[in-house]
Design a protein around this ligand. Structure first.
Ligand code: NDP
Ligand code: MG
Length: 385
């Protein structure tokens, strides 16, 4: 029985994680759950999984949640303190890091420092402070399993092979909802258009990131840290069907890929139960019905965010943290209709250019860079309003 704490249990990844745990009650026990503001769903999850402790974002929601649960209420905490208590909870062996944004960094780092294995969905943790996170993973001897489908595919394609034989990683990207839209039309797209991802059902932030392809940029940075390869050995192919989840090319020209239907339950389950594979009752991949799979190079003009991420990765230090923070603010502003779709890369370009990149030797420097990036983006957006 593996005891698990789920950070961000009310989100898209959190809900799928709990579905997997519910289908395999002999294998997983949920000991802690955290949510932001969705108290109704959290209350439902508490009744179903009976964790020892839960945490919500706001102090005032503690009382509401206790009232909703009555005698069934476990220990209820709030704020960063609550999140940290769930991340380092004594009973937990594994922490599923599924909060969205850089808010995931501090609790994920705390979980690593307290010796927990991590199933990592929160890519922003590695984007913001990858060097420090990987150093802590090694020092503590914990396992860090990727949940992101591309990184799970690479992880699987590396198994049984020698790292020294890898030539490059190839991340696939669907290209999002605007892959074939005329550039001129992109100026006018609405949040609803951008949220309508053709293949994956996900939280709002990552859906917008998929439309700008910043998501792929963040994933290139995530791959750099997870697999310890430089930016120039990580490529991106557009693959609209989202069936080949990513690939590893070896020095002899062999390319090993992992394929499957686009459903996050597969990579989540693999992270939870590695090295075992869980039966998941998903529809089988029917390649004959699909007929063909296609691949192409990403268009740099359409997907300026991808290039910005490569640039930040090459600059190293605090640059990726600044880019990520500015992106979180710009995405929120786009969702609130304060900013047009094409203004997202413009804002990021200006923030990245204005930043004086520093070294990243302590988590406080990552948090400072994160705050700086947010403020810089906010100022530019306010000035444009
Ligand atoms: P969602 O927006 O669906 O869920 C986010 C979760 O985090 C919710 O439980 C939310 O609570 C909680 N939350 C939000 N902000 C905070 C905060 N400041 N402090 C504490 N908790 C917070 O996101 P996803 O599940 O889509 O994504 C989660 C992470 O996984 C992201 O980093 C994303 O990039 C990554 N990922 C997601 C994939 C997907 O298919 N969805 C695929 C690959 C990676 P509440 O809703 O209660 O307010
Ligand atoms: Mg992904």
């Amino acid at each position: 029985m593996k005891k698990i704490s789920v950070l961000g249990s009310t989100g898209s990844i959190g809900v799928s994680t709990l579905d997997i745990a519910a289908a395999h009650p002999d294998q997983f026990q949920i000991v802690a759950l955290t949510a932001g503001a969705n108290l109704h769903l959290l209350a439902e999850q508490v009744r179903r999984f009976r964790p020892s402790v839960v945490a919500v974002l706001r102090k005032e929601d503690e009382v509401s949640l206790r009232d909703m649960l009555g005698a069934a209420a476990p220990e209820v905490l709030s704020g960063l303190e609550g999140l940290m208590a769930c991340a380092v909870h004594d009973e937990a062996q594994m922490v599923v890091s599924a909060i969205v944004g850089a808010a995931g960094l501090v609790p994920t780092m705390a979980a690593i420092e307290s010796g927990k294995d991590i199933a990592l969905a929160n890519k922003e943790t590695l984007v913001t402070a990858g060097a420090l996170v990987m150093e802590a993973v090694q020092r503590k001897g914990v396992k860090l399993y990727p949940v992101d489908s591309e990184h799970s595919a690479i992880f699987q394609s590396l198994e049984g092979h020698r790292k020294a034989d890898v030539r490059r990683l190839i991340l696939t990207a669907s290209g999002g909802p605007f892959r074939d839209k005329a550039l001129a039309e992109l100026k006018q797209v609405s949040p609803a258009d951008a949220l309508a991802h053709p293949n994956w059902s996900m939280g709002k932030k990552i859906s917008i990131d998929s439309a700008t392809m910043m998501n792929k940029g963040l994933e290139v940075i995530e791959a750099r840290w997870l697999f310890d390869l430089p930016a120039d050995r990580i490529d991106v192919h557009i693959h609209p069907q989202s069936i080949v989840h990513s690939m590893v090319e070896y020095v002899d020209g062999s390319v090993i890929a992992q394929l499957g239907i686009p459903d996050m339950k597969t990579p989540i389950a693999y992270a939870l139960s590695y090295p075992e594979r869980l039966p998941l009752n998903l529809p089988a991949l029917d390649l004959c019905a699909l007929g063909s799979l296609s691949f192409s190079k990403p268009d740099n003009q359409r997907f300026a965010c991808l290039e910005l991420a490569y640039e930040a990765l090459r600059a190293e230090g605090t640059a990726p943290a600044v880019l990520n923070a500015a992106n979180e603010v710009a995405v929120e502003a786009f969702l609130n209709r304060e900013l047009g779709f094409l203004a997202i890369p413009d804002i990021l370009r200006r923030v990245l250019d204005a930043h004086r990149h520093g070294a990243l030797t302590h988590i406080d420097e990552a948090l400072r860079a994160d705050r700086w990036g947010r403020q810089a983006a906010r100022r530019l957006i306010d000035a444009a309003l």
